[in-house]
Design a protein around this ligand. Structure first.
Ligand code: FES
Ligand code: FES
Length: 171
């Protein structure tokens, strides 16, 4: 007999969510199979590929290794909510488009969320080495790493420029 469902309450992409799910379900299962947020990918399902990466309270986490109950009362961001952080198309999404950094696209949602956390933490133009370190847990089976790194560095440049413009307007 399967265990009784539990009720979970969390914020997902800025919206309060109340959802019933078996207590042993992972956050990835709840996102994909209860909330229909299928941007977060079920790749290896054992912590090896990073395709399931989401943010919990702004920190990248592997949703396939995180029990949904762990997200109780917390703020979850998936790729579907990435634009909310930027008030529209996120500069990372724009840069991935301009650099053709997504090939099959399977790894892209997880990479975007790992990269967003890096750019928010640094709040300046990042180096290629910093991008490589931040994305070390995100595998791209299409091996398009050069374009992915180009895109993240480019987005950091765009965002740094925007900060500079804002600061200039404030003077
Ligand atoms: S699906 Fe979670 S790390 Fe691969
Ligand atoms: S673009 Fe295909 S796995 Fe990365």
């Amino acid at each position: 007999m399967s265990p009784a469902a539990i009720m979970l309450s969390m914020t997902v992409n800025g919206e309060p969510v109340h959802v019933a799910a078996p207590p042993h379900w992972t956050l990835l299962e709840v996102l994909r199979y209860r909330l229909d947020l299928i941007g977060s990918k079920q790749g290896c399902d054992k912590g090896d590929c990073g395709a399931c990466t989401v943010q919990i309270d702004g920190v990248p986490q592997l949703a396939c290794l995180t029990l949904a109950i762990h997200a109780e009362g917390r703020a979850v961001t998936t790729v579907e909510g990435l634009g909310l952080l930027a008030g529209g198309v996120h500069p990372l999404q724009d840069a991935f488009d301009r650099h053709t950094a997504a090939q099959c696209g399977f790894c892209t949602p997880g990479i975007l969320l790992s990269a967003e956390a890096l750019l928010r933490r640094r709040n300046r133009e990042v180096t290629r080495a910093e991008v490589c370190e931040a994305l070390a847990g995100n595998l791209c089976r299409c091996t398009g790493y050069t374009k992915i790194i180009d895109a993240v560095v480019d987005a950091s440049r765009v965002m740094a420029g925007a900060h500079t413009e804002e600061a200039g307007r404030g003077e």
